[in-house]
Write a protein that binds this ligand. Structure first.
Ligand code: ACO
Length: 187
């Protein structure tokens, strides 16, 4: 199992991995229009964290960024950073059905928080203090366990109008703190 952060940067290997991730999202989020998922996953402003493993029976020779077809996408998170507002919107988060409830969803979210912390350390202009998401009602439990709350502590003027309102979703907020180690365990 390995993690990789990519976006649509005109690399063919990344495009292959993003299409695979889009397929995981479409399978796991059947009520979300497929065209909308493609639009956001392929939008160059969105970032995606992928959870990958070698395809069954394949002995990998290269890293996923060099040989995408050797790997399968187990799950991922697509988010859009709004650096000027210092928040990120989690657009999609999913794990393939046969791999759910094994802890991968938790590892993905912890890894994302750690990535955002590292990015802020490298470039303070990229500091993100909150993650917002419109959680599907059946995913509210998962997001609550990841530190998201229905109480939106982020000031309204920092997010209102920047993210789209979804019918049937519950807006949830997670405060990030650069003093917290989010992946202080083998991942
Ligand atoms: N409702 C309530 N609790 C849940 C749910 C759920 N739907 N899914 C997982 N959990 C709980 C688990 O029981 C576990 O609890 P525990 O720590 O007490 O054991 C905890 O959340 C974490 O479980 P993981 O195994 O880490 O999570 P998993 O790998 O299954 O990933 C995810 C969770 C991403 C929600 C996955 O189940 C999934 O892909 N679901 C379908 C797609 C989906 O609903 N995605 C979110 C839509 S909203 C959005 O994308 C913005």
């Amino acid at each position: 199992i390995q993690f990789l952060v990519i976006h649509n940067d005109a690399s063919l290997e990344h495009a292959i991995l993003l299409v695979d991730l889009k397929n995981v999202f479409s399978m796991q989020l059947p009520n979300m229009p497929k065209e909308y998922i493609v639009k956001l996953v392929m939008d160059p402003r969105h970032r995606s964290l992928l959870l990958l493993r070698p395809r069954p029976g394949v002995k990998t020779t290269k890293q996923p960024s060099e040989s995408a077809l050797e790997y399968e996408v187990v799950g991922g998170i697509t988010w859009r950073p709004f650096y000027a507002q210092r928040f990120g919107e989690v657009a999609f988060c999913a794990v393939s059905s046969s791999d759910q409830v094994k802890g991968y969803g938790t590892r993905l979210m912890n890894r994302l928080k750690e990535i955002l912390k590292d990015e802020a350390k490298e470039n303070p202009a990229h500091t993100i203090t909150h993650l917002l998401t419109y959680a599907d009602n059946n995913a509210v439990g998962y997001f609550s366990k990841q530190g998201f709350s229905k109480d939106i502590l982020l000031e309204r003027e920092r997010w209102y109008g920047f993210i789209k309102d979804y019918d049937g979703g519950t807006l949830m907020d997670c405060c990030l703190d650069n003093r917290i180690p989010y992946t202080d365990f083998p991942s």
